[in-house]
Design a protein around this ligand. Structure first.
Ligand SMILES: [Mn+2]
Length: 562
């Protein structure tokens, strides 16, 4: 009878860095697809932030859905549920629910409606307090039951039945006395509420039926007297034969009540999306230190217990296009990292288990992923091939950046051939679309592809945008510098910079707000206050960042702590 709750499946997220760029997004999509082809069924691409207009354009162009948005990976209740929940349906008998608890060795049993949605929870405390409150024999015990539940729990033989699943509050009357005493007893009750327990006594059977009792339950498997069946039918009185003796039958009637009678309706469930740290207090106060967990629709998906707090979460991580925790989605350190596929400098990083770590000096993570498709003889669909090509072209500024290697060029040629795209034309199409960037608010331009770094005991941030002409952005330098100043103040950075890379002229502008001594040392030609022209500089990681760190070392005189 237990509702079969959906299970929280163990899954693997393939995820790129915060402020994801195109390479980061397409690498996650393509690598998740490769892992699924190789048998890791629950492997999903995820993204740690908003898509840039460029990435959005590319995904739309090839009609490929964006990866699941995972704004943070701070532990949530749902990540720790290993098994689906054993539940009881609200209309089932208390007896069946208690049997389920015994069989499944659970200390709490969520009670759900027919759709699996949470209604209450059955636990031993609730049972104990409700049994004295609701069916205290010292007072007149009234038990809500239906004929269906009675028949099932008593394993009784139906002779005549009325009422079916309708639950009504009833009294148990045991006909253990003389006929006259019993008659008096029944006359003091409302017969329509009475469940009469009797043996093979024709006088009691007949009188109960004539009085219109709710049901006559004959115990010890004894028969209904001849001729009374027709009478019961005409008076609409249920008659059933219980195989048990009178005391066992009376006992089982109590347990025929719907499980809701004894459940705790005040206990509140928690949402699978709740942060673990936010439910700790509720968990400590919960019966048996267990909480029913529901999804967005209120459907019970599991039980969260104190032991789950020390268990491994049911999510694993594959990092692509980054390897530094400072650039990773918040909370990532709480999970097991299975693999890292990257092309950046190494941050200081350690794991508890051996992992697959692939870091190659190429222009894009997409180049590495495309190579893995070929090595592993996986199926490269046209959509995925086009995305990977876009990843290579955007990360290498159409193969013009100094980070572009022969491997990137070969891979771009191979992919372009697969999908019949012209590299030059496709590259221009992508970048001319990125011109829209100039219309965005300054903080969005700065935040779109922003990376944080640490060196010489200081933290700094460098954002990058690629455009096909810098004029549109240069007229907004005031707003952009204000945005950088705010960001620097909010995050106590040594400096905050924006690199505007012109893919037509193959040079960049550097807008920077930072420590004055440091700014004065910048050797690039100055265009304006806080604006420098960096000829032939296209790559943030390979050209600009090493230069900036070197400059920091001369100004701060502190050993590099990369
Ligand atoms: Mn990249």
């Amino acid at each position: 009878m237990a509702y079969d709750a959906p299970r929280m499946k163990r899954k693997t997220y393939v995820i790129g860095h915060r402020n994801p760029d195109t390479d980061s997004i397409v690498s996650a999509i393509a690598y998740a697809e490769l892992k699924r082809q190789k048998g890791l069924a629950e492997c999903h691409a995820a993204r740690a932030g908003k898509l840039t207009p460029q990435t959005e354009y590319i995904l739309d162009r090839f009609n490929i859905p964006a990866p699941e948005f995972v704004p943070d990976l701070v532990p949530k209740v749902g990540y720790f549920l290993s098994d689906g929940a054993v539940t009881a349906v609200a209309s089932e008998a208390l007896w069946d629910a208690l049997e389920t608890m015994e069989r499944e060795k659970v200390s709490i049993l969520p009670v759900v409606d027919a759709q699996g949605r949470y209604r209450a929870v059955l636990h031993h405390n609730a049972f104990a307090s409700n049994i004295t409150r609701k069916i205290n024999p010292h007072r007149k015990a009234i038990i809500p039951v239906s004929m269906e539940l009675l028949l099932k729990t008593l394993q009784a033989q139906p002779v005549v039945t009325f009422g079916g699943a309708e639950v009504a509050r009833s009294r148990i009357l045991v006909a253990g006395s003389s006929f006259d005493s019993f008659r008096q007893h029944l006359e003091n009750e409302i017969p329509a509420n009475a469940l009469v327990l009797t043996g093979d006594r024709e006088d009691i059977q007949r009188f109960s039926i004539e009085s219109g009792a709710r049901a006559v339950i004959i115990t010890n498997g004894m028969p209904l007297a001849k001729g009374l069946r027709e009478l019961a039918e005409s008076r609409r009185v249920t008659v059933m034969i219980s195989p048990y003796d009178t005391s066992s039958t009376a006992f089982l009637i109590l347990y025929s009540t719907p499980v809701m009678t004894m459940a705790d309706e005040d206990a509140k469930p928690v949402a699978a999306g709740s942060y673990v740290r936010a439910v700790r207090d509720q968990l400590a106060a919960a019966p048996s230190r267990c909480l029913p967990v529901v999804d967005d629709a209120g459907v019970v998906v599991g039980i969260f217990s104190e032991s789950d707090l020390i268990a491994e979460p049911n999510i694993d991580i594959i990092m692509v296009d980054h390897n530094e925790m400072g650039q990773a989605v918040e909370g990532l350190e709480n999970y097991r990292i299975l693999e890292i596929i990257d092309h950046h400098r190494l941050g200081n990083f350690s794991t508890r288990y051996p992992i697959t770590f692939i870091n190659r000096v190429v222009g894009a993570t997409a180049t590495i992923v495309a190579g893995m498709y070929i090595e592993q003889k996986a199926v490269l669909t046209p959509g995925v091939a086009a995305l990977l090509l876009a990843g290579i072209l955007t990360d290498t500024l159409m193969l013009r950046s100094s980070t572009a290697t022969e491997t990137d060029r070969e891979m771009a040629d191979y992919l372009a051939g697969l999908v019949n795209l012209d590299i030059e034309a496709f590259g221009r199409e992508i970048f001319s679309n990125a011109r829209k960037v100039a219309d965005l608010p300054a903080d969005e331009i700065i935040g779109m592809d922003s990376k944080a770094y640490a060196a010489c005991g200081q933290r700094f941030a460098v954002s990058q945008v690629e455009v096909s002409a810098t004029d549109d952005l240069l007229v907004r330098k005031g707003a952009l510098l204000t945005g950088l100043r705010q960001r620097r103040a909010e995050e106590s950075l040594y400096f905050a910079a924006l690199m505007i890379t012109d893919i037509t002229s193959l040079s960049s502008l550097l807008l920077i707000d930072g420590d004055e001594t440091f700014i004065k040392k910048i050797a690039f030609p100055q265009v304006d206050a806080g604006v420098f022209r960096c000829r032939d500089i296209l790559s943030r990681k390979k050209q600009l960042i090493p230069l900036l760190i070197e400059l920091m070392e001369t100004v701060l005189g502190v050993a590099d702590n990369r």
